[in-house]
Design a protein around this ligand. Structure first.
Ligand code: ATP
Length: 354
């Protein structure tokens, strides 16, 4: 079990996280949320002001009001950090770069070379063992860095947006490799990409403003997001408000009628209970005038952005999104600034406790 409970006041950071043995946790959140800070505390590139990081009960660091109480230096933590950039040694071959991992842990030269070959095989790079980093593509270099990190047999693998610097067409293959290598491994991955979370992580913690604002299994967070950030990356619409009996009324006075899912065994939800209405952009239609009649929900909005999304267009207003056809965009004359009505059937709206 990896356990972090630490504050870094200069960064407004105050986070508690646990990762059980063999599980992968994805840290999601906007820029500056504190994701890299969390990784730095675990890796040992950063010290907490208060709190601790423990691995199976052993303190890697402990501090009390800025005073260090325990400190294991980064190289002795059995924690490996894979950064966005591969950071390979340019003068060493691929094999020697990977062998550096176990060598730095005190493994003998021959055993380290054998480990390097084993890991190069696992990341699919055996053929490139004698090459130098300058001759590799970005994706290949990142695979070498991954092999080097894992060849040191770390207890915890940290990945800081490992696909962010790669071309979109190489990212899927590396993601597949990671999927195999992260299974049953204790790992923390920071990402902006919902696919990474979906394919690589067992659990998600959403960090915003230096705090954990949402935590759950990947399925829970992506299908029932409670924070605006999680909903946005999951691509879902989210309206938070209070339960009226058959819908959610937001503080702005909008009402989303939908089907409520109560937690536990209690089927009754008291009026006024904080609830969240969730619905997909693909379930939303756009009109230039208000459509009446149940079972539709309608919301007023002004188009802010239009983005291509597959063969549809994602139209965003200030707080909602709709996926419509290019034909509909043309017919309605949608441009940023167009006032619209967004409509969704109550049957398409799921309501969860907020
Ligand atoms: N080296 C630093 N010195 C001081 N403050 C920093 C430093 N690095 C980051 N910060 C601050 O700490 C806070 C958290 O930043 P952090 O880099 O952990 O966020 P992040 O979630 O990883 O963001 P991103 O997605 O942009 O990488 C921010 O307010 C940031 O400005």
């Amino acid at each position: 079990m990896l356990s972090l409970a630490a504050t870094v006041p200069t960064r407004g950071f105050d986070v508690e996280l646990n990762v059980a043995e063999g599980r992968t946790l994805a840290l999601l959140g906007p820029n500056g949320a504190g994701k890299s800070t969390a990784l730095g505390l675990v890796a040992g590139t950063l010290r907490p002001h208060d709190g601790h990081v423990t691995l199976d009960g052993r303190a890697l660091v402990r501090a009390d009001g800025g005073r260090p109480r325990a400190w294991v230096p980064p190289h002795a933590r059995q924690v490996a950090l894979l950064a966005q950039e591969a950071l390979l040694f340019p003068h060493l071959t691929v094999r020697h770069n990977v062998a550096f991992g176990p060598r730095s842990q005190g493994t003998g030269r021959r055993a380290a070379a054998a480990a390097a070959d084993r890991w190069l095989d696992r990341v699919g790079l055996t053929a490139l063992a004698d090459r130098r980093p300058a001759t590799l593509s970005g994706g290949q270099a990142q695979r070498v860095a991954l092999a080097r990190a894992l060849a040191a047999e770390p207890r915890v693998l940290l990945l800081d947006e490992p696909m962010a610097a790669l071309d979109v067409d190489v990212a899927p293959a590396l993601r597949q490799t990671l999927r195999h290598l992260l299974a049953d491994r204790t790992a923390v991955i920071t990402t902006h990409d919902v696919l990474d979370a979906l394919l690589l992580a067992d659990e998600i913690a959403v960090i915003d403003g230096g705090r954990v604002v949402e935590r759950g299994t990947t399925a829970q967070v992506l299908t029932r997001p409670r924070s605006t950030f999680a909903a946005r990356i999951a691509g879902l619409n989210l309206l938070v408000g209070s339960w009226t009996g058959d819908g959610v009324r937001t503080p702005a006075g909008e009402v989303a009628h939908g089907h409520a899912h109560a937690e536990g065994t209690d089927p009754g939800i008291a009026a006024g209970t904080a609830m969240t209405a969730v619905f997909r952009p693909s379930a939303v239609s756009i009109y230039l005038d208000e459509r009446h009649g149940s079972p539709r929900n309608t919301f007023r909005g002004t188009v802010r952005t239009l983005e291509p999304r597959g063969d549809l267009v994602r139209v965003r207003t200030d707080h909602l999104a709709a996926d419509v056809t290019p034909g509909a965009v043309a017919e309605l004359g949608l441009v940023p600034g167009t006032d619209v009505w967004l409509s969704v059937k109550a049957a398409e709206v799921d309501v969860y406790p907020a």
